[in-house]
Design a protein around this ligand. Structure first.
Ligand code: Z5A
Length: 214
């Protein structure tokens, strides 16, 4: 079920304010400059259904059960994978995603306390078992990420308004993440240093390094 053709799937993960969107955008521009066909997506979002689910998951002004929240994020992911990510990979493109499954394991399992096995099964149903070739986890302490968001004048969403203990559990989950293709980068470094470190990993999975690109 997880199989697909020749594309490459790169995911950028990490807590709020880690620099995911900044890095995902930069990777998109850099890969395009190297002549590769690139699709850049963020989650939740990217299709009409996913954008509608995003609005409810992040902006709904009333209480919501953890399971309801989970299914909103997974509804968004299912539609994005089905309509955008899988077709792009099947067409041989590079897909760069700002967040994917690791976000759900960090926020809804470690943060909100939903059972890991059940969530893993629900994720597989939503994505058909699609696994990234590379997951770049950007690591920043909670207070550094928050300070960056404040400086960028970001309006807090429902999840960001959770307490400090929730956000520490999320960060711990990211720090413990391991598996094929998972790499951790110290994102307290300059943007340039983070981009250089991520680019080395991306070159390896896109085989750009074997074409002499540095
Ligand atoms: N969520 C979930 O619970 N479950 C799921 O399954 C999924 C998501 C998929 C999505 O929020 C929310 O959904 C998220 C988790 C939840 N909420 N929380 N918490 P979003 O898409 O609106 O936002 P975000 O992912 O939290 O992004 P963010 O706050 O924008 O963070 P970021 O993308 O990592 O950071 P950035 O926008 O690239 O950078 C923030 C600022 O820092 C900006 O001014 C940059 O110029 C600056 N920056 C970036 N890198 C650096 C470095 N290296 N040094 C200094 N300054 C930097």
């Amino acid at each position: 079920m997880g199989a697909r053709d020749s594309g490459v799937f790169v995911v950028v993960e990490g807590p709020e304010g880690a620099g995911k969107s900044t890095l995902a955008r930069w990777l998109g521009v850099r890969l395009t400059a190297e002549g590769l066909p690139v699709v850049t997506v963020r989650q939740p979002g990217g299709t009409p259904v996913a954008e509608a689910a995003r609005k409810v998951a992040l902006r709904f002004p009333h209480e919501m059960s953890p399971a309801a929240e989970l299914f909103l994020f997974l509804a968004a992911r299912a539609d994005l994978v089905f309509r955008v990510i899988r077709p792009a990979l099947e067409a041989g493109q590079v897909v760069v995603a700002d967040r994917f499954d690791l976000s759900t394991l960090a926020y809804q399992v470690a943060g909100a306390g939903l059972p890991a096995d059940d969530v893993a099964r629900a994720i597989r149903l939503a994505t058909g078992g699609l696994v990234p070739d590379l997951t770049v986890v950007l690591d920043v302490p909670v207070d550094v990420g928050r300070a960056r968001q404040r400086a960028a004048r970001k309006v807090q969403d429902r999840i960001e308004r959770q307490d400090d203990a929730f956000h520490r559990r999320v960060l711990d989950a990211y720090r413990r993440a391991t598996g094929p293709g998972v790499v951790h980068i110290d994102a307290t470094q300059s943007k340039k240093a983070v981009q250089d470190a991520a680019w080395r990993e991306v070159m390896a999975v896109t085989a750009l390094s074997t074409r002499g690109v540095s």
